[in-house]
Ligand binder design. Structure first.
Ligand SMILES: C[S@@+](CC[C@H](N)C(=O)[O-])C[C@H]1O[C@@H](n2cnc3c(N)ncnc32)[C@H](O)[C@@H]1O
Length: 354
C-alpha cells in the first residue's frame, strides 16, 4: 500500500472539500496531528475511520486504498490489488504486540538513539501511563505472581535502593514501606520524574531523582546500592550492554539487580479464536516503531538469552528466573490476555547478584 500516494490523495480531496486539517479532524473526532500524519504518508487511518473519511471526502474505499479517483474500468483491477495489500497490512499489524494487546500499526526502523529517546520520552511524558497503564510493586505486572508472594527483593530494612524507569513513583513508595531508607530513581522523562517527586512528597517520602537515559552515565554513585530494580523499565534501553554495565557499577559487591519485562514469547504470539498464532519470529530483535494513539513508541523485542548473556557477560550471577502466571488472576480476568497468560508467560523477572 502506497502511504505517500494515499496521504496526498486525502490532502487533495480534503482541500477540494474546503476543509482545513483541523476542521477535517474535528468532523472525525480525532486530532489534526493524526490527519497530518496520514497526509505525510506516515500512517493509514484506523479501520473504524475509513468509512467516515470516505463519506466526508465523497470517495469510495477502493479509491481511498488506491490513492486516486478511479474510472469504472479501473475499479475491478484495483479492488483485487487493494484486497491483497490489505491482507499484507493485517499481517503486519498482528506483529505489533505491546502490553496485553495487538495495537496500531508497526514498521521496522533503523535504530537511531536520539530518535528513540525523543519518541519514547514524548510518549511517557504525555499519554504513556494512561495508555499502557502503570505497574508498581508489589505487582510485577503481566499476570506474574506479586512481590508479596515472590519475595525477590528480600529484607530492605535500612537499604540503599535505585529504581530504573521510576515512572509514577509507586514502586519507590513500596520499597520505602519495606524499610529502604536511601531511595533513588532514574527516568528519561522530566514529566515522569516530576510525577514521582510530587507523589512521594505527598507521602512524606524523600528520594533522589535523576532525569537521564539509563544507558548513560548520569552521576549515580558507584559501589553504593544494595538493590537496583526495575518494573517494565529495562526493555526501553537502546543499549542493553551499557545499561547492565552501569547497573553493575552502581551496586555494592553482593548487591542485587531484579527486573521484570514483557516475555519475548508473549510479543511473538497473539490469541485468536482460542489458538496462539505466531505473528513474529522469536529470533527477530529488530527495532520497530508502533502507533500508540496519536503518539508513537520505538522498541525492540529481545530474546531471553540476550538478557541473560548481557548479565553474565558483565559478571552478574543469575539467581532466579521467574516465568510464571498467577493462574487465579489470569482465570479471574476473563479476557484474552488472561487466557493467553494461561498458555505462555506474558512477563519474566530476573534476579542477579554482583
Ligand atoms: C512502563 S514505565 C515503568 C514505570 C513504573 N514501573 C510505573 O509503573 O510507573 C517505563 C518508564 O521507563 C522510562 N524510560 C523509557 N525509556 C527510558 C530510558 N532509555 N532511560 C530511562 N528511562 C526510560 C519511561 O519514561 C517510563 O517512565
Amino acid at each position: 500500500m502506497d502511504l505517500i500516494k494515499i496521504g496526498s490523495f486525502i490532502a487533495e480531496m480534503r482541500r477540494q472539500h474546503k476543509l482545513t486539517q483541523r476542521e477535517f479532524a474535528d468532523i472525525l473526532g480525532i486530532s489534526d496531528k493524526t490527519v497530518s500524519k496520514w497526509e505525510c504518508g506516515k500512517g493509514m487511518p484506523e479501520l473504524s475511520l475509513m468509512l467516515p473519511i470516505c463519506e466526508v471526502l465523497e470517495i469510495n474505499l477502493n479509491e481511498l486504498f488506491s490513492g486516486e479517483k478511479l474510472t469504472d474500468a479501473d475499479y475491478r483491477k484495483k479492488a483485487e490489488e487493494n484486497m491483497i495489500s490489505l491482507i499484507r497490512e493485517t499481517e503486519k499489524m498482528k506483529k505489533n504486540i505491546v502490553g496485553g494487546d495487538v495495537l496500531g500499526q508497526v514498521c521496522n526502523i533503523d535504530m537511531n538513539v536520539e530518535e528513540v529517546h525523543k519518541t519514547n520520552t514524548e510518549f511517557w511524558s504525555t499519554i504513556g501511563s494512561e495508555l499502557l497503564g502503570t505497574t508498581s510493586l508489589p505487582s510485577w505486572g503481566g499476570y506474574l505472581p506479586s512481590e508479596d508472594k515472590l519475595n525477590l527483593l528480600g529484607d530492605l530494612t535500612g537499604k540503599r535502593v535505585l529504581e530504573i524507569g521510576c515512572g509514577n513513583g509507586g514502586s519507590l513508595k513500596y520499597v520505602s514501606e519495606l524499610g529502604a531508607t536511601d531511595l533513588w530513581g532514574i527516568d528519561i522523562s522530566a514529566n515522569q520524574i516530576e510525577r514521582t517527586r510530587s507523589f512521594l512528597e505527598a507521602q512524606g517520602i524523600k528520594a533522589k531523582l535523576v532525569c537521564s537515559p539509563m544507558e548513560e552515565n548520569c552521576g549515580v554513585p558507584d559501589d553504593y546500592f544494595d538493590l537496583v530494580y526495575s518494573v517494565y523499565g529495562i526493555g526501553w534501553t537502546t543499549d542493553l550492554d551499557s545499561t547492565v554495565k552501569h547497573v553493575y557499577s552502581y551496586l555494592k559487591k553482593g548487591g542485587v539487580f531484579v527486573f521484570g519485562w514483557s516475555h519475548p514469547i508473549h510479543k511473538c504470539v497473539s490469541l485468536e479464536n482460542g489458538k496462539l498464532i505466531f505473528g513474529n519470529s522469536y529470533f527477530n530483535e529488530e527495532w520497530y516503531r508502533a502507533d500508540m494513539g496519536d503518539k508513537e513508541i520505538m522498541l525492540c523485542n529481545r530474546m531471553l538469552s540476550t538478557y541473560i548473556n548481557a548479565l553474565a557477560d558483565k559478571g552478574f550471577v543469575i539467581e532466579e528466573l521467574v516465568e510464571e502466571t498467577d493462574k487465579e488472576i489470569a482465570i479471574a480476568s476473563k479476557n484474552d490476555f488472561g487466557r493467553k497468560a494461561l498458555m505462555v508467560p506474558t512477563a519474566f523477572i530476573i534476579k542477579a547478584r554482583k
